[in-house]
Structures are given as C-alpha cells and as structure tokens.
Design a protein around this ligand. Sequence first.
Ligand code: 4NP
Length: 169
Amino acid sequence: MTAEKREGVSVLFVCLGNICRSPTAHAVFRHRVDQAGLSNQIKVDSCGTAHWHVGEPPDSRSTAEAAERGYDMTTLRGRQLQTSDFSDFNYILAMDMANLSNVQVQCPSDYEGHLGLFLDFAESINEREVPDPYYGGDEGFGEVLNMVETASDALLEAIVKSGRLHAAD
Ligand code: 4NP
C-alpha cells in the first residue's frame, strides 16, 4: 500500500444498531463513490454503538427499500464501534446526537479526523438527525433513504472539494 493510499479518505457511518440507518448510508454512499470512479480512494464502512445486532444482516425493511432504488445491502453485517476505528477512519459520521455523544466519549483526544453528524453536510436538509425508523412504519425507511441520498451527494462533493483525493489513476 502506498503512503498516498494510507492517507486516503475513509468514511465510517455510525448509528445505534447498525441494521437500519448506518448500513443504508454505507450502501448509498458506496454506490455514489463507485459511480464516481473513486472506490480505490474512498473506503466506506458502517457500525453501531450498541452490540445487539453484531453479525446480523440489515433490517429487511431497509434492504427492501434500498433494493427498490438500486442499492445492495445484502452483503452488509452488523458490527460495533471499536477503538481501531479512530485510527482507520478520517470521517466518522453519526446519524443522531445520542450516537454522536456515544462516539465522542470513546474518541481519543488526539483524533485528527472529522467527527460529526452526517446530515450537517446537507445544507438543503433542515434536520440534523436521521430519525430512527426501527420501531415505526415502512414510510420511515423511505424517509431515511431520502435523507441519506441527499447527504451522500453533499458529503461526496465536500470530500472532492477538500482536495484530499489524488488525480484519477
Ligand atoms: P439503527 O436502528 O440504529 O438505525 O440500526 C435501530 C436498530 C435496532 C434497534 C434500535 C435502533 N434496537 O433497539 O434493537
């Protein structure tokens, strides 16, 4: 691996269970990155702050809604946030304030990456939190996808503009 690749961009999406919101963001953002031809330069992953769904596939309602819009979530499996994530990812983006707080508690004081809310990249979205759809109806999963699609476009634009990527190879 070259030094350039080690310094490349890596994005970790974080929610509570890692079966609804963050895997949705993982699949949508990965799709955007692939379409932009940047998958060799931007690593994408997701995790939960809770351990409850470690090893499980995403919620079938998330997977179905995503598939309708052309995103594949079937290979994703739940995992929990771990200490090494702070050395492995330079963008750690939480879906809501509660999970951001949980990540902040675990974050080393010398972390030099960007730790914040995913939706803060999307100026066109008034809310700052992606609502938890787990206990709600199917429409909540569509709403999550709408927000995630908009924020993914904004995040990719911000990363491209940051100048952290090297010229296409
Ligand atoms: P997520 O949603 O954080 O978007 O994955 C949830 C998934 C599971 C639970 C809560 C939220 N749960 O209580 O098991």
